[in-house]
Design a protein around this ligand. Structure first.
Ligand code: ATP
Length: 212
């Protein structure tokens, strides 16, 4: 994978990919950034990503996925994305720092546009509000929430409790104190000191989690 722009966002993405065993080509036009990431990523190159020939020389057109972490310099972000879109192979993930920026990237055809501050702000709002320990939102208002089991979901097997029909949610996994995450079955019994993952529509899953 290639990560272009090794700022706070791109840098974090690149390091996390490497720590998971993915080889990363990091590209930045700032020598200090290149120095900082040298040795931490598989390859780090100082280059200007707004130039198509530069990207080709680095074989970026042959990568499966490319992340564009340039934000503040919107012109560089848009130019880089439009160069990358000429290449057939890579799926592009790009960071946007504002709504208009996101709109332009989407109109250009970038497949995945992320707004880290916004996305994280929304996530934090859910965590701050209540008992939720983790909150992930997918498209179409579908969410997964890590929380504790409400009293109503404890001490009896899930097949008896009928949470799916009563609350329109599914408890997909459980983690006992000191244990690891496991799938639930109909026979699973939840206890007060467990953690669970609840999935369902945003309203239903939040309502269930707020019973804690
Ligand atoms: P963050 O908040 O993630 O730190 P940012 O939103 O402030 O980043 P920028 O400062 O615009 O984003 O860019 C992030 C990185 O991208 C910087 O390290 C910058 O040097 C690099 N960058 C900017 N323009 C180019 C370019 N044309 N080619 C390569 N790298 C670039």
């Amino acid at each position: 994978m290639a990560v272009i722009g090794l700022g706070r966002f791109g840098g974090a993405v690149a390091l996390e990919l490497e720590s998971q065993g993915t080889e990363v080509l990091g590209i930045d036009n700032d020598e200090d950034k290149v120095q900082a990431f040298n040795g931490q990523l598989t390859h780090v190159v100082r280059a200007d990503s707004t130039k198509e020939e530069v990207l080709r020389q680095l074989s970026v057109h042959e990568f499966d996925r490319v992340v564009v972490g340039i934000g503040t310099d919107i012109e560089a972000s848009i130019l880089t994305a439009s160069r990358l879109l000429k290449f057939v192979t890579p799926i592009i993930w790009a960071k946007a720092i504002s709504e208009p920026h996101a709109e332009i990237l989407e109109q250009l055809g970038v497949q995945h546009v992320v707004r880290p501050e916004n996305d994280m702000g929304r996530r934090i709002a859910h965590l701050v509000r209540g008992a939720m320990l983790d909150y992930v939102e997918f498209e179409d208002n579908f969410v997964m929430i890590r929380t504790s089991p409400p009293t109503i979901a404890q001490d009896r097997p899930l097949e008896v409790l009928q949470l799916r029909s009563k609350f329109d949610i599914t408890v997909v996994a459980v983690k006992r104190r000191g244990g690891v995450w496991e799938h639930t079955t109909g026979q699973t019994v939840l206890y007060d000191d467990d953690q669970i993952i609840v999935q369902g529509s945003k309203n239903k899953a939040e309502a269930f989690s707020s019973l804690v």
